[in-house]
Design a protein around this ligand. Structure first.
Ligand code: HOZ
Length: 428
C-alpha cells in the first residue's frame, strides 16, 4: 500500500472526506489523492517519493514556482520577528501602496486572510454602499464559499454536483440572480427588469472555476455600461486572475475599470492572504470610517505580507508576463495539435499563465457548453498523465496554471507524453 493511501485512510477518520478542501479529494476522477511532501520550482514530490511536473501550482498562487528562494527568505526573516501581532505593521502599508500602483482601480485596499473573505466582504460593502440587496452572478463562476455566492457555483461545488449548496438560507439565495456568462442580450434584458434593485454584479473576468472560460470583450464592456446606467457596482473577482493573467490583472488586460476588486492566491505568494479594494468613496464606508463592518485577527499577517511583497516585487521583472503567456500558449497549442493528430474532440486555450483544455469540439463560452465535455475521457487522461509524472487538476472543471519555473523542456515533454495518452484514448 502506498503511503498516500495509508494517510488517506487515516485522514478520513477525523477529516470530512479526508481533505480540507473538496476538489483535492480526487472524488470526481477516482483514486487516491497524492499527499505532498515537498515542492521546488515546477515540481512537487509526494510522500512516496514520486515527482510530478505540477500544473496546479496550489490552484494558482505559485506563479514563480514552488519555494522560490527570495520568497522563502522573506518568509523566514518575517517569521523570526514574530508570527502575528494583531496590530498594524509597516509591510502592510508598503503592500497597499504597491497594490494601488499596480492596479490603478485600487484607490484603497483592505487585506483579508483568504479570497472567500475578500468576496464576502466586498459584497457586504456593495450592499451597504448602495442600500440595495440583490446581486447578480454568472452560472459556473465561483467566488468562494460565502452564502450569497454558492448559487450555481463552479469549482468543487460544480465538480461534485452541488452548485447550489445545502445550508444556504433560501431567503439569501433568492437575492442572487444567476445569468449566463458571455450572454450580452440576456444581461441587457435582466438589467431592464431588475437593474435598479441590483447592489452589485460579481464576475470572474476570466473564469477559472468551470475550467477556463475567456470573456467576450463586448460582454464585459456592456456589463460596465449597464452597472453605470443602473447605479450597480461592478465587482471583478480577480482571486484567480489577479497578477496572473497580467500584472494589473484581467482589468488591465481587457481595459475595464471595476468599482471593487477581490484578490487572493498570487497576492499572498503561497501564504493565506486575500484583499479587496476599489473606489475611495466606497471603501470609506468600511469600519472604522463607516458603518459596514469587516475585520480579521490575522488580516495583514506579517508573514503573509512578507511573502506577498516578495512575490509582487519579482513579478515586475521586464518581460515576465509575456514569457509566461508564451509558455502557456505553447502548452495549449501543443496539446490541441497532438489531440487533433489522433482525431479526438479536444480544444485548449490560455489567458496569460492560466489554461484550460476540454474534451469536446470547440472552446466553451459558458456553463452549459463546458458541461458538454467528456468527463470519463478527462478522467482517463488525468490518471494516465499522473502515472507518467504530470499533475493536472483532479477535475474537468478547474483551470490549470503554468509558472515561471516551468521550462520549455517541461512543456514539450508534457505535450509529447499527452500525445501518447491521446493515442491510447483514441484507440479505446
Ligand atoms: N477552490 C479551489 C480551486 N478553484 C480549490 C482549492 C483547494 O482544494 O485547495
Amino acid at each position: 500500500m502506498s503511503i498516500s493511501q495509508s494517510l488517506f485512510d487515516r485522514a478520513r477518520v477525523h477529516i470530512p472526506g479526508g481533505v480540507n478542501s473538496p476538489v483535492r479529494a480526487f472524488r470526481s476522477v477516482g483514486g487516491v489523492p497524492r499527499f505532498i511532501a515537498r515542492a521546488s520550482g515546477a515540481r512537487i514530490t509526494d510522500v512516496d517519493g514520486v515527482e510530478y511536473v505540477d500544473y496546479v501550482g496550489s490552484w494558482g498562487p505559485m506563479i514563480l514556482g514552488h519555494a522560490h528562494p527570495e520568497v522563502i527568505d522573506a518568509v523566514v526573516r518575517a517569521a523570526a520577528d514574530g508570527l502575528s501581532f494583531g496590530a498594524p505593521i509597516p509591510g502592510e502599508v508598503e503592500l497597499a501602496d504597491l497594490l494601488a500602483r499596480l492596479v490603478p482601480s485600487l484607490e484603497m485596499v483592505r487585506l483579508t486572510s483568504s479570497g472567500t473573505e475578500a468576496t464576502m466582504s466586498a459584497l457586504r460593502l456593495a450592499r451597504g454602499f448602495t442600500g440595495r440587496d440583490r446581486i447578480i452572478k454568472f452560472g459556473g463562476c465561483y467566488h468562494g464559499h460565502g452564502d450569497s455566492l454558492l448559487v450555481k457555483a463552479g469549482s468543487g461545488a460544480l465538480t461534485f454536483g452541488s452548485p447550489d449548496s445545502s445550508g444556504v438560507p433560501a431567503c439569501l439565495a433568492e437575492l442572487t440572480t444567476v445569468l449566463e456568462y458571455n450572454n450580452t442580450a440576456r444581461l441587457e434584458e435582466a438589467f431592464a427588469v431588475i437593474g435598479r434593485d441590483v447592489a452589485a454584479v460579481i464576475i470572474e473576468p476570466v473564469v477559472g472555476n468551470m475550467n477556463l472560460i475567456a470573456p467576450d470583450p463586448v460582454f464585459l464592456k456592456t456589463l460596465r455600461r449597464l452597472c453605470d446606467q443602473y447605479g450597480a457596482l461592478l465587482i471583478f473577482d480577480e482571486v484567480m486572475t489577479g497578477f496572473r493573467v497580467a500584472l494589473g490583472g484581467a482589468q488591465a488586460l481587457y481595459g475595464i475599470q471595476p468599482d471593487l476588486s477581490t484578490f487572493g492566491k498570487v497576492i499572498g505568494g503561497g501564504m493565506p492572504m486575500g484583499a479587496f479594494g476599489g473606489r475611495r468613496d466606497i471603501m470609506e464606508q468600511l469600519a472604522p470610517l463607516g458603518p459596514v463592518y469587516q475585520a480579521g485577527t490575522l488580516s495583514g499577517n506579517p508573514v503573509a505580507v512578507a511573502a506577498g511583497l516578495a512575490t509582487l516585487r519579482l513579478l515586475q521583472a521586464d518581460g515576465f508576463y509575456a514569457e509566461l503567456a508564451d509558455k502557456t500558449r505553447r502548452l495549449t497549442d501543443g496539446m490541441a495539435a497532438a489531440a487533433a493528430r489522433h482525431g479526438l474532440p479536444f480544444a485548449a486555450q490560455s489567458v496569460g499563465g492560466m489554461f484550460g483544455f476540454y474534451f469536446r469540439h470547440g472552446l466553451p463560452r459558458n456553463y452549459d457548453e463546458v458541461m458538454e465535455s467528456d468527463r470519463p475521457r478527462f478522467n482517463r487522461f488525468f490518471h494516465a498523465m499522473l502515472d507518467k509524472g504530470f499533475y493536472f487538476a483532479p477535475s474537468a472543471f478547474e483551470a490549470g496554471f503554468v509558472s515561471a519555473a516551468h521550462t520549455i523542456a517541461d512543456i514539450d515533454l508534457t505535450i509529447a507524453q499527452a500525445g501518447d495518452v491521446f493515442a491510447s484514448l483514441a484507440a479505446d
